[in-house]
Design a protein around this ligand. Sequence first.
Ligand code: KG4
Ligand code: ZN
Length: 334
Amino acid sequence: KKDTFILGIETSCDETAVAIVKNGKEIISNVVASQIESHKRFGGVVPEIASRHHVEQITVVLEEAFTDAELTWDSIDAIAVTEGPGLVGALLVGVNAAKALAFAKQKPLIGVHHIAGHIYANRLQNEFEFPLLALIVSGGHTELVLMNEHGKYELLGETRDDAAGEAYDKVARMLELPYPGGPQIDRLAKSGEVTIDFPRAWLEQGSYDFSFSGLKSSVINTIHNAKQRGELLSNEDIAASFQESVIDVLTTKTVNAAKEFQVKQVIVAGGVAANQGLRSALEEQFNQLNIPLLIPPLHLCTDNAAMIAAAGTIAYEQGRRSGMDLNANGSLLM
Ligand code: KG4
Ligand code: ZN
């Protein structure tokens, strides 16, 4: 059987990324240009700045992906691009680059859902076994997705307000930590103690939805009240207590869903999957349950194009193609 080479393009947020993946499993090249330094001083991603950087970077990153791969366009079977969700101005750069390339090089075009990409980052490490449960936790997402077969996604639950990573970033900003705050809180939490009992939003019985805005408000109020009383709370303890609350909800709901749907694998994806506390809590739980837990290495947890190429490969094999009317969709549904 002939090998399949898919070119992936990802520009949904603040990384300009292009990758080439072989047979949906093997990374041939994976180039990521991060804009984090440009957004840092604003404490978050500024959409307009993100779009401009993507425009500046996309052809540079594309060329580098081919140089690294030591391949030419002749080998490429199709172009997969993130069509959404994400920042619409940022997505537009990737989608239009993909369309232009598909037209110029006469290659099939495949629109990919960003979250499908995060899930398929795991297939670059391990083959999937179904049913499979995926927990996606990033700056923009907190979702539990069930998969019974390749390319089919059933949304079990999602956040009703802030994403987990967003909550991390907001709490970090309150503690005057630099952006992105997730890794900072994670680091502080290691040397802190759980001294504050922050709330956990379990929502309705059996619900797989999440909510983190109440927790965020509770952290703000706790810090504010302590200040007024002239009390000194350690940042480490706030971080540890906040993190405990987030991890408790994420882990419990993931375990419940894994049991209910008797899944054969649990996959974790997205930037927050880098969190040490979350990793060890999930590892402990799923070890006990004897359910294999897959977490991709850090550079594949965060946004990249190899994951888009990997998800695009399945779509390609299943015969899915997008037309030249493919458009960026900031709130694309799963
Ligand atoms: O997947 P990602 O790179 O971008 C999005 O698609 O959102 O995720 C970035 C998010 C940020 O909110 C960042 O603070 C969070 O992931 N993050 C972490 C950690 N590393 C990154 N959150 C908690 N603990 C970490 N170690
Ligand atoms: Zn992402």
